[in-house]
Structures are given as C-alpha cells and as structure tokens.
Design a protein around this ligand. Structure first.
Ligand code: GLA
Length: 343
C-alpha cells in the first residue's frame, strides 16, 4: 500500500451549454491546467488531518464521525463520509491541499477540490480507484449534501474526463462524454475575472434550479431536455424565459461542435454571444461587473464573450482572433488533461 500519494484535479472552463447539466441537457466544457493538488499520507490514528496550505488553516476529525462544518472543511468531511458510505475503506490520512485555480470564480475550484480529495483518499487507503462517472456522482453528492450547493455534474465530469487539446461534449441524459478536438487555428480562448466572487450555495443558483423543476412539473415532463420552445412559451413568467434559455443553449452546444469541426470561428463567437445574451436576459444570472468584463473583451475585438459557470459574478470567457490584443488581466486557457494520481 502506498504511504505517500499526490492527486491533481483541474478546474474547467465551459465553452457553451450553461445551466443545462441539471436539466439533463448538453454542455461542452474542457479541463484547464490550473487545479487543486492534494498530497496524502497514511497515518496510524483513525483521523483525517488536513492542512489547507493557501489558507493557512487546518482541520482534524475522527474519520468515523465527520461532523458538519462550513467552508473548505465541509469538502474534506463530505469526501470522507461519502467515500465510506460508498464502501471505500478510508484509512487515517494526513492531507495537504494547495491550489492554482481561483476560488469562487466560476472556474470550478469546488469540483477540483472534491475530485483531488477523493482520488487522494482512495489511493492513500490502498483501495481501487472508482469508475470516473461514479466518482463524479459521489463528488456531486459532497457538494449537494455537505456544502449545500445543488450543483449538477458538469464540473466533476469535466475535471475527471479532461483531455489535452479537447473539449468534452457531455450529454447529461445518457452521461456519455465525447472528446471534441479544440483546434483553434491561432484563435485564443481567454478568461477575464469580473472581480465579483461567489459561493454557489449562497447565490441564486439553487433558486434557478428550483425554477427549472417547477417548469417541468407544470409541463408534466421529466426534465427540460424534453421541453421545446413552444412548450416553454406556455409557462408563466419568469419560468418561460428560464426554460427558453435551457432549450436554446442545448441547441447551441451542437452548433458549437459543428462550428469547431468547420473551423468557423466567427460562428463560434456568435454562439458565445447568443449564449451570454440568453443567460443575461432569460436566465438572469449576470451582474453589472460581469457585463463590464464582457464589454472589455468585446471592445478588445473578441469574436464572442460570455459568462461561464454558475453566474452572479466569476470569470467571463472570450474568443480572440489571431493577433487580437487581450485586455489587461485576461488569461489564456487551454484544454489540459483530466484528474489523476501522480505518484
Ligand atoms: C456550476 C455548477 C455546475 C453547472 C454550472 C452552470 O458550475 O457547479 O453543475 O450547473 O454552474 O452551467
């Protein structure tokens, strides 16, 4: 059994298909090179002892009785409890967490943390790694049950299935993940921080999810994947607009896959703009700070720009043509490999 292990899990950028995952729809994310690293070492006591190096904070608990807490500690306790509940024989472990992905910025720092923690705890316990889709579901339970954010599977699947040079077309009805080459012919994808940070649990995220469920109840369908524009139009305000966003963003995912295959970057840019307008006007998850960041990218000549992730702040994504100058503070993002145990 290894006594020292290191696991790394990347954050993600979602190219298109936002707030579609919990509606059993489509999305096109990719893993980025920034992420969370967890070093784990088996220890004699039946405790989980954790150092969050970047925060200068620590935690220690009896692994058989992880009590509920708030903040980053909820992820460690949730990871331990959910792994034990899934039959993984978690052993006493000392953990050290470091990260390079901005926290609460819409680049999926939470999923990177959950995935790196679970991979490290499994490896340090000498257990077999789980099927990646099952692990994504387990990580999502940590967030739903322990952190209180009713998020879907987008971030965890992107982190676990990431491939260098590829985005992932994910169908959340079948949970089929298909790599799609992200060959940009000199174009660049950049993220720009809106400066406004969020916690999914505290934002309007859970409210949007509840609105989608209510829309399904009223329409008598199992998920908004089964909705159409005609059905959406029959819903009361604002549920009609929420459903319209989901239906149109699902469609935009396959249009974006097609635009990439055709190397039609003008069209890809237009799709990003349309997705943003839909998230701003129909889904109402934009803010003045996000709009300012989008405008800065558009003023720099971006072919398209949009809010990414849960919304209500965070980073925005822009597609820049070859030679276009990125606004100050923008960071280029490239698709990198998925989560892995390093040693
Ligand atoms: C957050 C959630 C994801 C997904 C996106 C919106 O990142 O964690 O599950 O719902 O928002 O697309």
């Amino acid at each position: 059994m290894p006594t020292h292990v290191t696991a790394f899990a990347p954050g993600r950028v979602n190219l298109i298909g936002e707030h579609t995952d919990y509606n059993r729809g489509l999305a096109l994310p990719f893993a980025i090179s920034e992420g969370v690293t967890v070093k784990a070492r088996a220890i004699g006591e039946r405790r989980i002892k954790t150092k969050a190096v970047d925060l200068g904070a620590e935690d220690s608990f009896d692994l058989a009785r992880p009590a509920r807490v708030k903040g980053w500690r909820a992820f460690v306790r949730g990871a331990t409890a959910e792994l034990l509940a899934a039959g993984v024989p978690v052993k006493g472990t000392s953990l050290e967490i470091t990260g390079t992905v901005p926290r609460g910025g819409g680049l999926s720092s939470s999923a990177a943390l959950e995935v790196a923690l679970t991979l490290a705890l499994i490896a340090a316990s000498g257990a077999e790694q789980m099927d990646r889709t099952e692990l994504a579901k387990l990580c999502s339970r940590i967030e739903n049950k322990w952190v209180g954010a009713r998020t879907g599977l987008l971030d965890q699947l992107a982190s676990l299935y990431g491939e260098a040079g590829h985005a992932l077309r994910i169908d959340f009805r079948s949970l089929k993940v298909r790599p799609v080459a992200l060959a940009l012919d000199g174009h660049r994808l950049v993220t720009l921080d809106s400066g406004e940070h969020h916690a999914n649990a505290a934002s309007g995220y859970n409210q949007r999810r509840a609105e989608c469920m209510r829309a399904c109840e009223l329409l008598g369908i199992p998920s908004l994947r089964e909705a159409t524009l005609e059905l959406a139009a029959d819903l009361p305000e604002p549920l009609d607009r929420r459903a319209r966003h989901v239906v149109t963003d699902d469609e935009r995912v396959d249009r974006a896959v097609d635009a990439l295959a055709q190397r039609d970057f003008e069209r890809l840019g237009r799709l990003l703009d349309e997705s943003h307008a839909s998230l701003r006007d129909d889904y109402e998850i934009s803010t003045p700070a996000v709009e300012a960041a989008v405008s800065r990218l558009k003023d720099a000549g971006a072919l398209g720009a949009r809010i990414i992730g849960g919304g209500f702040g965070g980073h925005v994504l822009g597609l820049l043509a070859p030679g276009a100058r990125a606004p100050e503070g923008a960071v280029e993002v490239r698709p990198g490999p998925g989560a892995r145990v390093l040693e």
